[in-house]
Design a binder for this molecule. Structure first.
Ligand code: ADP
Length: 203
């Protein structure tokens, strides 16, 4: 990725379905910034405490410590003037206020990276992510591997009957699917998941 030189700040978005490596990519960019001795602050949404209440943790167990917040407006008080890079994980869970906050910080000359799901379990745009992608200088779309066929996967398949937009979970609740195998209607997916478990049990 080409990095802008000079005094201008900018916004980078890392998006895609679950298991697509968003957290790994975020951690990689942050580690490189730390090696370059940039002043970094890391935030994540408080509702995602799957592995650790504050750290950013990938499904492959890479991790970096951060601060959990639930209201994006808290960020303006927590970000130090001298901070050069602000990272936000699970961007989809924040309100649309994240647009004003990230743009304000970028306008101050900071590098902002937001990672998050671009679509929910129905394949609909998730929270503020689409708007953030419009105002960002750089957008990286990650793909996972479809658990049905092994093709590149753009969708997050929910394997339970819950119908709320936000249900925090990992392997037991969600899997990555390609366009062909993504089924927003949960019932047939549920049956497939049950069949898979039964087949596994029968060897
Ligand atoms: P995300 O933040 O997008 O949910 P992570 O960075 O946490 O993704 O995890 C990516 C890692 O998840 C991969 O490197 C791999 O080890 C693991 N993984 C598990 N299931 C899949 C899948 N279906 N496709 C790709 N990676 C997967």
């Amino acid at each position: 990725m080409q990095i802008i030189n000079g005094k201008s700040g900018w916004i980078e978005i890392i998006c895609g379905p679950m298991f697509s490596g968003k957290s790994e990519e975020l951690i990689k960019r942050l580690r490189r910034a730390q090696i370059a001795k940039r002043r970094v602050q890391i935030f994540k949404h408080g509702s995602d405490a799957r592995y650790d209440a504050t750290s950013i943790v990938s499904h492959s167990q890479m991790s970096l410590p951060g601060v959990a917040i639930s209201d994006i407006n808290e960020l303006m008080e927590l970000v130090d003037d001298r901070t050069e890079l602000v990272a936000i994980d699970e961007g989809q869970f924040f309100s649309d206020d994240i647009l004003a906050v990230t743009n304000k910080l970028a306008n101050q000359g900071k590098r902002i990276i937001v990672a998050g799901l671009d679509m929910d379990y129905l394949g609909n745009p998730f929270g503020p992510m689409p708007k953030l992608m419009c105002s960002a200088e750089y957008v990286s779309k990650q793909l996972a591997i479809c658990m049905s066929c092994g093709d590149p996967a753009n969708f997050t398949q929910r394997l339970t009957q819950a119908t709320e937009q936000v249900v925090v979970g990992a392997d037991e609740t969600y899997e990555a699917r390609c366009r062909l195998h993504f089924e927003p209607a949960f019932e047939s997916s549920l049956q497939q998941a049950k069949k898979k478990t039964k087949n596994k049990a029968n060897g």
